[in-house]
Design a protein around this ligand. Structure first.
Ligand code: OAD
Length: 241
């Protein structure tokens, strides 16, 4: 039984690919985690885009197509319910680029690794804002160029070697939270893997939920083994008292 929250508690939730697994989106490091024989680290880099933009856009186009067919699961919905109960004492940081948290009703959230359904200019010095885009680009000729500078457009995703989004807000929320709920992430990709240690500097209670122990499990006070969609609805009830 997990100790209920008090009226002083502030909850920081970190989610990873595991929270969307029961909706039908594959995780990165699971058994089916390869894409056409490539590891994600081989296609999710600025270098990969520079060398072969067509291959990178095919990867993200396939993910766009898949993401358009899935719906939130009870795990996403339980987190949205917790947010409704806590209001500004709730913050959700997802590493996922899908929109399932929003579709479940979450509002106080940031996508630290970007959004699958957004596109932006690949030139760092060009400042056109990322825009909503659900189209698929499967050949070199189809990849659009920036209306402002002419460079190729790219997915609005944080690739390996790039700085994640919204880090100021994330660090601030890690500083003030008293409870850290981490769901469905393997605990190997930085900086998210270190959030548990940061939250614990201010003695936050850290709980992990997932079917297997993450690589950083020793930093958690509680590890609840199970699927997000099965564990979270009950856990949210216990936390809400
Ligand atoms: P991983 O694929 O590394 O880990 C998924 C985690 O989800 C594993 O620990 C699984 O045990 C767990 N899991 C599987 N099914 C689950 C379920 N039903 N409920 C709860 N947990 C479940 O994915 P991430 O840790 O999210 O970055 O990966 C982090 C980042 O690495 C991603 O955001 C992505 C990737 O490269 C970028 O694309 C920049």
């Amino acid at each position: 039984m997990t100790q209920p929250l008090t009226s002083q508690d502030r909850v920081f939730v970190l989610t990873g690919a595991g929270v969307s697994a029961e909706s039908g989106l594959p995780t990165f490091r699971g058994a089916d985690g390869l894409w056409r024989g490539h590891r994600v680290e081989e296609v999710a880099t600025p270098q990969a885009f520079h060398a072969n933009p067509e291959l990178v856009w095919q990867f993200y186009s396939e993910r766009r197509k898949r993401a358009a067919t899935v719906s939130p699961n009870p795990g996403h919905r339980a987190l949205a319910e917790l947010e409704r109960a806590l209001d500004e004492r709730f913050f959700l940081c997802t590493q996922n680029v899908d929109s399932l948290h929003e579709q479940a009703g979450s509002q106080r959230l940031v996508h630290m690794h970007g959004r699958l359904m957004q596109t932006r200019c690949s030139r760092e010095t060009c400042h056109i804002a990322p825009f909503d885009d659900e189209r698929l680009y499967l050949s070199r000729a189809e990849i659009p160029t920036c209306p402002q500078c002419g460079a190729l457009l790219r997915p609005h995703i944080c690739w390996f070697g790039e700085v994640p989004f919204a880090m100021d807000r994330i660090f601030e929320q890690l500083r003030v939270c008293t409870v850290l709920l981490t769901v469905g992430t393997s605990g190997v990709v930085e900086p998210a893997a270190s959030f548990v240690r940061m939250a614990r500097i201010n003695r936050a209670r850290a709980i992990y939920i997932g079917p297997e122990e993450p690589a950083n499990s020793k930093f958690f006070d509680e590890v609840v083994l199970g699927k997000a969609g099965e564990v979270l609805p009950g856990l949210v009830k216990e936390l809400s008292g």
